[in-house]
Design a protein. Structure first.
Length: 203
């Protein structure tokens, strides 16, 4: 086993990891959704797809995905009815490119499987969007070893989700390692007595 992964796996039964920005960069998903939306608007309303996409990219880099449709609609005069299409694309988009995991995270997960330990994936947000992301990730065969839990089913609480998992599997908190996105780690969204790391430490 790679020495750098010892502290994450030694004496553990399972690895719990969140999806967005821990398994892969969520930006890779969202920018492809924005690309598809800009192409859709070019086809239906003859908007300039490149201008739309460039604006959405800039807004995302500046302030994230929050209210990005409304900002774009105001800027370009897009009718409100197209917000439904924009939202639906997040759930149903077939991406031009597969989503790729962070390389070191892939290596870590491969070690987890090699050692016969369990991978528990926590998906935040809308479950339909999460499922669409999961389906379009390049898992390198690891999908056979995943158990997915949706945080929305536990009041959108990481603590409640993880506690329920530990109880259902009869695992002690000290027997798992938790990997969070940098944002989740900084916000200290978890108050469970388990070894917890930011994905940036692995990257």
């Amino acid at each position: 086993m790679m020495k750098s992964f010892d502290k994450y796996l030694k004496a553990k039964k399972a690895l719990i990891i969140t999806l967005d920005d821990a398994i892969y960069p969520e930006k890779d998903y969202l920018l492809q959704v924005y690309y598809l939306f800009s192409e859709f608007m070019a086809y239906t309303e003859q908007f300039d797809a490149k201008l739309l996409l460039d604006f959405m990219k800039t807004e995302f880099d500046r302030s994230g995905a929050q209210a990005i449709f409304k900002k774009t609609a105001v800027k370009f005069g897009i009718e409100d009815k197209y917000e439904h299409n924009f939202d639906l694309l997040h759930e149903t988009a077939r991406l031009p490119l597969k989503l790729l995991m962070f390389q070191n995270v892939l290596s870590l997960l491969q070690e987890v499987v090699k050692e016969g330990k369990e991978i528990i994936l926590l998906a935040d947000g809308d479950p339909n969007i999460a499922i669409n992301k999961i389906k379009q990730l390049e898992w390198h065969g690891l999908e056979q070893n995943l158990k997915v839990y949706f945080i929305s089913e536990y009041d959108f609480s990481l603590d409640k989700t993880i506690s329920a998992i530990l109880v259902s599997k009869d695992i002690d908190p000290q027997e798992v390692t938790l990997i969070l996105s940098e944002n989740q780690f900084v916000q200290k969204n978890v108050n469970i007595n388990a070894d917890c790391f930011s994905v940036t430490e692995i990257l």
